[in-house]
Design a binder for this molecule. Structure first.
Ligand SMILES: [Zn+2]
Length: 245
């Protein structure tokens, strides 16, 4: 079978004999691992389309269970990300998280669009990398149906006085549950409507996040919650590219 699809390179592994294994998030087939031989005469052009962060158009051949990249063309290398350490690390984080969130061949066209949008937004001149990274994490969880539950308390179902987040319960926690279950480990941010902020981020389109102004302290709580949520519900521990901790 031969197919043509857009994809983003998540990972590149060089193996012996000039063969490369590329983890791609494709628009049409989800995450796949594909082999590629780099031909010398096309090396420069195709090499770029095989580098992490690159968005390209790929002609893929499937033989049995194995995928191979026949031909590739760069549409956007996101080259500018390499010149800013913070942006570069945020982009690495997004690729690593995406790779961990998806099993092979799970279709994820929404996550593909989100990741492409995130890489584009990071390249914009003034962007808040930490905020965008947190918003990306939240939106990525939404695309796979693993997002935190924020509309009502995950302890009792009540939708009033949601004052904290409970990572192990998977979302909002109310003041009554906080009192009656004092041993629960909560993310509680005095002075901030932490549930409201996270819900606002969840409800707004991702593009709006570029204009969101968020207190740094509130952002720290949000990031701590998202890390704990990933660990509790998706068994995703420390990501090596997550430098914001
Ligand atoms: Zn409750």
């Amino acid at each position: 079978m031969i197919t043509e699809t857009k994809a983003i390179v998540l990972r590149l592994t060089e193996t012996v004999g000039g063969r490369r294994m590329i983890a791609l998030l494709t628009e049409d087939h989800g995450k796949i691992s594909a082999g590629a031989f780099s031909e010398e005469r096309n090396r420069k052009k195709s090499g770029l389309a095989l580098r992490p962060f690159s968005l390209g158009s790929y002609e893929l051949r499937k033989t049995g269970e194995n995928w191979h990249i026949n031909r590739s063309e760069v549409l956007n290398s996101h080259y500018g990300l390499g010149s800013d350490v913070e942006k570069y690390m945020a982009a690495c984080y997004a690729l690593e998280l995406t790779d961990k969130l998806l099993p092979e061949l799970a279709k994820a066209p929404e996550l593909f669009s989100l990741l492409a949008q995130f890489l584009d937004m990071l390249e914009e001149k003034s962007c808040h990398c930490g905020l965008l990274q947190a918003a990306f994490t939240l939106k990525a969880l939404q695309t796979i149906g693993q997002e935190p539950l924020l509309g009502s308390c995950t302890g009792c179902g009540d939708s009033s006085s949601l004052i904290a987040l409970n990572p192990s319960a998977g979302g909002a926690w109310c003041s009554a549950c906080k009192t009656s279950l004092p041993n629960e480990r909560l993310i509680y941010a005095p002075g901030f409507d932490i549930v409201g902020i996270l819900k606002f981020m969840a409800d707004q389109p991702f593009a709006r996040m570029r204009r969101l102004a968020l207190d740094e302290k509130a952002l720290t709580y949000i990031q701590a919650y998202l890390r704990a949520h990933l660990s509790a519900h998706l068994d995703i521990g420390e990501l090596k590219s997550d430098v914001g901790r």
